[in-house]
Design a protein around this ligand. Structure first.
Ligand code: ATP
Length: 452
């Protein structure tokens, strides 16, 4: 299916209907660009997070984990340059009272005439751009006085840099080595919108890889390739992914070089993940500001400040890319079906167990429950006996469940069940006692998306 047929509205509606994502604070009218994840959203996020963690930490021996605090000493954000420089240029329209990012007017819509860009109609009255800091402020302690000001972190990376010495001493590592962290970050974005793409509160997965300065370019190239390969492994179509190098004017204040891995979202090619060479900017700033030397001392006594290569992404942007890539509509035997062709590894539910007839007397509920109780000890599976079988299959298609095991009258005769494949709709029969091994095996098989 061509990607232009997958609209953001369709994704929003499916994820709402099936309980992946809800607008936050909905009963109070919502809050701009914050969302709550429902059951299937949580399961999918867990899968994304654990695939990332496995590839970064479990399957390597040069990266360790960290979970630093969200609220850090405000001096951290002074030293990192965020208090001074983590800003976007903001313009207000005095007529429609909306606010826009001055560098994104091309992508914005006039409040009165949405077909026009801000500033294009005679009524538009834009202020001059001014710099707006994206960090949320809070205060620490009982009194909100000047000295108590603190910030919610806008990136997880700084928690890693300030722990560099702790990790270096205790993890017995030497460059090249990395520290990986997953956690919430907060940004008071000026032009939120576009569903999960730009949130005010999002879950970042960042890894800071410390390398000898002379090797930084080579490691930068390595991590761009490795991260791209990771997305292919999640089943995202190669034609929907590309790498784009930032021009010098576009780079963040700390960056020597940045390449974005972009995905073809319904809003066009946009940043999914950034892979930056941060040089020694952060370790140097924190060394100067704190007086603690954040450097590597070799056993031979030579010392240097490592450069840092950083792949950084949010689970939310990956989730949106996966949903867009997986969304499909097709007509089968004159009936339309909507489905999510998720890679089985990220699908929230791996298999559904369905008794064809849900009346106890039909004798199918008991073997179905038994199979479910066996499988759920190993995999996230779902039992469903509500409604007719066609509706139950469609529900599983919409949440992206790769396989359904159906217990029917033949099961009662010969002990076999039907397995239905979400993508091909092929059905085959398996012995009940072989289902567990079949599912283990199926989850290990390579999977690739259908051709465009
Ligand atoms: P953009 O240019 O889109 O604002 P950025 O360049 O500011 O993004 P980074 O600071 O590089 O983003 O953040 C690293 C990653 O964190 C991004 O690639 C993206 O995956 C994620 N991210 C950043 N801001 C948001 C947000 N507001 N909502 C969801 N994810 C975000």
């Amino acid at each position: 299916m061509p990607s232009d047929a997958v609209t953001m509205d369709k994704i929003v509606s499916l994820t709402r209907r099936r309980g992946f994502v809800f607008p936050s604070s909905e009963i109070y009218g919502g809050l701009g660009s914050t969302y709550d994840y429902g059951h299937y959203g949580v399961l999918t996020k867990n899968n994304i997070r654990s695939r990332w963690f496995d590839s970064m930490v479990q399957e390597r021996d040069d990266i360790v984990a960290l979970d630093s605090a969200v609220i850090l000493n405000p001096l951290v954000w002074q030293a990192s340059g965020h208090v001074e420089g983590f800003t976007d240029p903001l313009v207000d329209c005095r007529t429609c009272k909306l606010r826009f990012r001055a560098d994104r007017l091309e992508d914005s819509h006039c409040g009165r005439k949405p077909s026009k860009k801000p500033g294009e109609t005679p009524d538009c009255d834009l202020t001059d751009p001014r710099q707006f800091n994206l960090m949320f402020e809070t205060s620490v302690g009982a009194l909100a006085e000047e000295g108590s000001k603190a910030y919610l972190r806008p990136e997880t990376a700084q928690g890693i840099f300030i722990n560099f010495k702790n990790v270096l001493q205790l993890a017995r590592r030497r460059p090249p080595f990395g520290i990986a962290q997953v956690g919430k970050s907060f940004r008071n974005e000026i032009t939120p919108g576009n569903f999960l793409f730009r949130l005010r509160e999002f879950e970042q997965m960042e890894m800071e890889f410390f390398v000898p300065p002379g090797d930084a370019d080579q490691w930068h190239a390595y991590w761009i390739d490795a991260r791209l390969a990771w997305y292919h492994g999640l089943g995202l179509r190669e034609s929907h992914l590309r790498v784009r190098e930032h021009g010098p004017e576009e780079r963040s204040h700390y960056s020597l070089a940045t390449s974005d891995i972009e995905y073809l979202y319904p809003i066009g090619w946009s940043e999914l993940e950034g892979v930056a060479n941060r040089g020694d900017y952060d370790l140097r700033q924190h060394t100067e500001a704190s007086g603690t030397k954040l450097e590597y001392v070799d056993p031979d006594g030579s010392r240097y400040m490592p450069f840092v290569i950083e792949p950084a992404v949010s689970i939310d942007r990956i989730m949106l890319a996966l949903l867009v890539d997986a969304y499909d509509e097709e007509v089968v035997e004159e009936r339309q079906r909507t489905l999510l062709r998720f890679h089985p590894a990220v699908a929230p539910v791996k298999a559904a167990i369905l008794p064809l007839i849900s009346k106890e007397q039909a004798g199918m509920v008991e073997p179905a429950r038994k199979l479910y109780e066996e499988l759920r000890r190993h995999h996230l599976v779902e039992y469903d006996d509500a409604g007719n079988i066609g509706r139950r299959y469609r529900r599983q298609d919409e949440i992206g469940t790769p396989w359904a095991f159906t217990i029917d009258d033949v099961t009662l005769e010969d002990g076999t069940v039907t397995v239905r494949d979400r993508d091909s709709l092929a059905q085959e029969r398996l012995p009940l006692e072989g289902v567990r091994a079949w599912l283990d095996d199926a989850l290990e098989r390579p999977w690739s998306p259908p051709p465009d």
